[in-house]
Each structure stands twice: as structure tokens, then as C-alpha cells.
Write a new protein. Structure first.
Length: 294
């Protein structure tokens, strides 16, 4: 008797048998399955987000609220234990925010990738569906996030030895990020482990390393532009709330986490688009054989 295998979609996104879609033709994907040009890789993430606006709004809003409350709770606890020390409160806010950013990016990246991949399979995932799909690949996704963080810190620390070398460190980091840009989509779509996902990403991105690095750098510039009004809102609201310590901490933490939340959802969707595009280029995934009913 043949062993049972997990059902996967046309792009390997997978469908939970307990929540399989109703019989009938699948929903057409929001973005056509074909190779995408550089400008399309920048634009199409927003089309994908717009098609799942409710799911991403709930996902991002929940992550933002919970992370802000967590940071304020930890900062308040440390402030209480240190008798309101300014230094203790400041360090607690910084470290708690850094931890919240790491967790928010982990959850948002895995869930967003799962929702976007399901779209290409013709299935509409909600937030809970995306969380379940990401949870099934939790271990390799956590490992990928750990290595993502360590790599970024290591490269930027080496580049910050001299101020003049920092721009070169960013270019170096963009090349490193490019080679692993589709690791998470490969992990979720192909049910791969961490090592296989990294190898798969390097294989797919091969030949488009510099264009992918340029995509990553361009997104950083876009996120920096988006961050200006996001950080302007807290300073505007401070005119009404005053410059009290907790009001300022809340506004700054909220503004920073808002930027992280929005940018991570955009970046995660672009990773999926790049994964699909590279599979079309290198494997002809967009080619349909006549008579094939899939």
C-alpha cells in the first residue's frame, strides 16, 4: 500500500484537508503566474495585499497592539523594580522593543507567506489559516529568522568599524539577503527544512543575484520614506498628550512597531512573488502542457 502524502497545491502551498475549499473551480490568483520584471516585483506586493486587505489588516493590527502592550508591560515592570530609574526604563524600552520586533517579524513573515502562497493556489486563507500553515513549519521558520538576525547583525557590525565602510556593508548585506530571499516561501511551499530551504533559495535566485539585491535595497529606501510620516504622527500627537515619559514612550514604540509591521508584510509578499517568478524562469512553472487538467 502506498504511503499517504500531504496534499500540496500547484505551487506547493498546500491545503489543510480539514479546511479544504469547496468543490468547484479555484479562484484565479491575484498576480499572474509568470516571470515578473523588476518594477512588477515592486508594485505587485501591494496588489496582493489589497486582495487580502482584511486578513492583513487583522493580522498586522493584532500583532501591533499585542507587541505595544507587551513592550509597555515589560518596561513598566522594570521601571517599577528600579524605582523609576531613567536609565533602567530607557534600556527596558529599547530591549523590549527589539524583542517585540523580532517576534513580530517572525509571526508576520510566516503567516503572510502562507496567505500569499495560498492565493497562487486559488485558495483564500484567513488569518487563522495562515497561522496554522506557518505553525506547521515553525521550526525551520524560527531557524531562518535566527540566522536572518545573526547575519544582519554580523555584517553591519563589521561594516560599522569605519564610517566610510558602512555603505559597502549595506551592499554586502543586500547580496547576502538576496541569496536567501526566498528561503521562507521555499520552506512553506515545499515543506522543506531550514537547510534545504536555504539551498533551494540559492538555487532559484542564481542568475538574478544583483537584481534581487537591488530589489532588497530599493525596498529599504521605500520603507525609509514610509517611516517619515509614521514617526511624524507620534510627534504630532505629543503636542496634545504632552511630553510626559509614558506618553512619549508609547508614541515612539507604537510608531516604530507600526513601520516594522507594514514593511514586513510588504517584504514577505514580495518574497513570495520573487519565489514564483524565479520558479517560472528556472523551472518553467508557468508552462501548461496541453491536456494537463491540473
Amino acid at each position: 500500500m502506498r504511503p499517504a502524502v500531504e496534499t500540496v497545491g500547484a505551487v506547493g502551498a498546500g491545503v489543510d484537508p480539514a479546511r479544504a475549499p469547496a468543490p468547484g473551480p479555484p479562484t484565479p490568483p491575484t498576480v499572474p503566474i509568470r516571470p515578473l520584471r523588476f518594477r512588477e516585483l515592486l508594485d505587485e506586493p501591494f496588489a496582493l495585499i489589497q486582495a487580502h486587505l482584511r486578513a492583513f489588516a487583522v493580522l498586522g493590527g493584532s500583532a501591533l497592539v499585542l507587541s505595544v502592550l507587551g513592550v509597555l508591560g515589560l518596561t513598566g515592570l522594570v521601571s517599577h523594580l528600579t524605582d523609576g530609574s531613567d536609565a533602567g526604563t530607557a534600556w527596558a524600552a529599547v530591549l523590549a522593543t527589539a524583542a517585540a520586533v523580532w517576534l513580530v517579524r517572525l509571526v508576520l513573515r510566516g503567516t503572510t507567506v502562507a496567505i500569499a502562497l495560498a492565493d497562487f493556489h486559488g485558495v483564500r486563507y484567513g488569518v487563522l489559516d495562515g497561522l496554522r500553515a506557518a505553525g506547521r513549519r515553525a521550526t525551520p521558520l524560527v531557524l531562518a529568522q535566527i540566522m536572518f538576525t545573526l547575519t544582519g547583525i554580523g555584517v553591519l557590525l563589521l561594516g560599522s568599524i569605519l564610517v566610510i565602510t558602512y555603505p559597502f556593508a549595506l551592499i554586502w548585506l543586500s547580496c547576502v539577503r538576496a541569496r536567501r530571499f526566498v528561503t521562507e516561501p521555499a520552506i512553506v511551499a515545499e515543506h522543506a527544512g531550514f537547510g534545504v530551504g536555504v539551498a533551494r533559495s540559492k538555487e532559484l535566485v542564481h542568475g538574478a543575484d544583483w537584481s534581487t539585491a537591488g530589489l532588497w535595497l530599493t525596498q529599504r529606501c521605500i520603507f525609509a520614506v514610509l517611516a517619515v510620516p509614521a514617526f511624524g504622527i507620534p510627534f504630532f500627537l505629543s503636542d496634545f498628550s504632552g511630553t510626559h515619559r509614558w506618553a512619549v514612550i508609547t508614541l515612539l514604540v507604537g510608531g516604530f512597531l507600526l513601520v516594522v509591521t507594514v514593511s514586513e508584510i510588504v517584504e514577505a509578499t514580495s518574497r513570495v512573488l520573487c519565489y514564483i517568478s524565479r520558479r517560472c524562469v528556472r523551472e518553467g512553472m508557468d508552462i501548461r502542457i496541453p491536456g494537463d487538467r491540473r
